[in-house]
Design a protein around this ligand. Structure first.
Ligand code: NAD
Length: 268
């Protein structure tokens, strides 16, 4: 049995992770934590997951997570995920990170940790998005510079970072396939006298509204035709199940940073 702990257990994703661990063969929930002062601390995990009693009490201690698990799944906030990586150093434990919104400097720090810690880091743990990324790469190579590319994403009103980690990842995949540098070609929203569209840009449009779980459309528009590739998440369990699958896969891997392509055997 692979022992999995959840950091950020009281969050929207944390609660789903508690359920997803209960669902999967070969893994067991060994610990769960949320922020010090959170109303969830001291509750049984089943109160958060709404499932059967798991005999795991929500703690506010990272050390408890480290001591009692093989792999920790963390869907929290960038500073919290980095503090977890610091605490884990030298323990031999592994981490699946779902948090998004890291700055470039924070990402660099995360990658430095991969020298000694096995990490899966993906902006989206759904199998559907992983397949969508592969389709985007193929489409962009065929359309080359003849088609305009725009990424439109929508999420619930509580999301704190924009564009979404998944939209940024889509932008990176598209820019790579088109031989462009995303930092140089990305346009984040438009307003006022923008001038004509530069063919080599990649546009990002962000919608924040209601309880939308996560929707991403990549629009390729040429002369006389338009292609839209869309992924819609309808249930957060899709991310949670993917993250638990990643944790199970990571349990036997050496130090390094991996993504869902590795977990699903699609990496080339
Ligand atoms: P949320 O705000 O509902 O949950 C975050 C949880 O982390 C909260 O319960 C909070 O109390 C807890 N937390 C804060 N500080 C902590 C600390 N020091 N120690 C332990 N826990 C702490 O947010 P959410 O909607 O669950 O999303 C969390 C993150 O996951 C976001 O960055 C979001 O973008 C990302 N996300 C990723 C995917 C994916 O597939 N990779 C999918 C959905 C969400």
């Amino acid at each position: 049995m692979i022992k999995i702990a959840v950091n950020g257990a009281a969050g929207r994703m944390g609660r789903q992770l508690l359920s997803a661990i209960g669902e999967r063969e070969g893994v067991v929930l060994s610990a769960a934590a949320d922020a010090p002062g959170s109303a969830s601390v001291g509750l049984d995990a089943s109160v958060l997951s709404g499932g059967e009693r798991q005999d795991v009490l929500i703690s506010d201690s990272t050390q408890v997570l480290i001591d009692s698990s093989d792999v920790i799944i963390d869907f929290t906030a960038p500073a919290v995920s980095l503090a977890l990586l610091d605490a884990i150093k030298g323990s031999g434990k592994r981490v699946v990170i779902g948090t998004t919104g890291f700055t470039a400097a924070q990402l660099e720090t995360l990658h430095e940790h991969a020298a000694h810690t096995p990490i899966v880091f993906a902006p989206n743990y759904s199998v559907g998005v992983t397949v969508t990324l592969a389709l985007l790469e193929q489409a962009a190579k065929a359309f080359a510079d003849d088609y305009d590319v725009e990424i439109i994403e929508a999420h619930h009103r509580h999301k704190v970072d924009a564009p979404s980690g998944t939209a940024v990842k889509m932008g990176e995949v598209l820019a790579d396939a088109l031989g462009r540098n995303l930092e140089e070609c990305a346009i984040y929203g438009r307003q006022g006298i923008t001038g004509e569209r530069d063919r080599k840009t990649i546009g990002f449009e962000t919608i924040r509204a209601g309880d939308i779980i996560g929707e991403h459309t990549v629009l390729f528009a040429g002369n006389g035709e338009r292609i839209e590739i869309t992924h819609r998440a309808t249930d957060r369990m899709t991310f949670a199940r993917g993250a638990v699958r990643a944790a199970s896969w990571l349990a036997s891997r050496p130090a390094g940073v991996y993504d869902m392509n590795h977990v699903l055997g699609l990496a080339h």
